[in-house]
Ligand binder design. Sequence first.
Ligand SMILES: [Zn+2]
Length: 334
Amino acid sequence: MPVHEPLEISEDNELDQDIIDINEALGLDLFEGDIKLDGMRNSIIGDQYRWPHTIPYVLEDTLEMNAKGLILKAFEQYRLKTCIDFKPWEGEPNYLSVFKGSGCWSSVGNRQIGRQELSIGANCDRIGTIEHEFLHALGFWHEQSRSDRDDYVTIMRDRIQSGKEGNFNKYSDKRSDFLNVPYDYTSVMHYSKTAFMNGTEPTIVTNIPAFIDVIGQRMDFSEYDIQKLSRLYNCKTGYFVHFNTSAGITQDRAILESRILYPKRGFQCLQFYYYNSGSESDQLNILVKEYSDTNLNGTLRLVETIQGAEEFSNVSINLLSEVEARSMPLKSRS
Ligand SMILES: [Zn+2]
């Protein structure tokens, strides 16, 4: 393992320990708990810190089996919800080396250093934590370091461990970009209320009290996390559509198109949720467009129609061209 630059970490913890707690218990002193700085404090602003849309990676042998599985699962979430994809490294100049280091941490953005490390250490093997660290690698700072954060949260200075106050700094607009997305209590990049506390009282109090136990969630990306990522990387496709039929006329329709998927294994699951609060006669049509060497424009094929509000649907899509099948579980709640 190469020599590390001085570590600085910002934290959240899994297993009901946020990253920050995990890293602190290890005595790490990373910037903001889980960010490794490479001598420079650069903002995510700047194209040189972007990765290509498909990021080369190596899952190092040090990783535990469970961590590897969850990292691949996190990649699936990125694939499904954004235009970011990951591929095993094949000699590209820059790549992410994911390994089991001490704690959970990453640098911010593509540092253009060839092998760039991202640590998924003990207790970091939780999907939200992994998504969080990869969001750092993709170029994101912590949500509460936004320059407008004081309108949304109050930092309780006297409850912060001495010497750790710097973890609650704000960045100017020159260092990080909101990407025109509102402040987000539900971001997977937000500190929890217990970050760097010196006692039992929260260090971050939300100005809207109901959100105090929401900040620091490590379940999955928030909708705004996805929006910001999609804007930073100019993703062309979305993953969410709201279509109001209450004032609509017959034959009105909305189309949500996924990006092109390349099932690499024998099968691939594509999961989405469908909620219909409109008419029983509303329907959801699931179509698949198949491409081949001789059919570059693709052929659209109707796979299934869901009428009204089904409790739960599981739709299997058998691809015609290859011996591959995709199943598309569809859940709708009424
Ligand atoms: Zn972090």
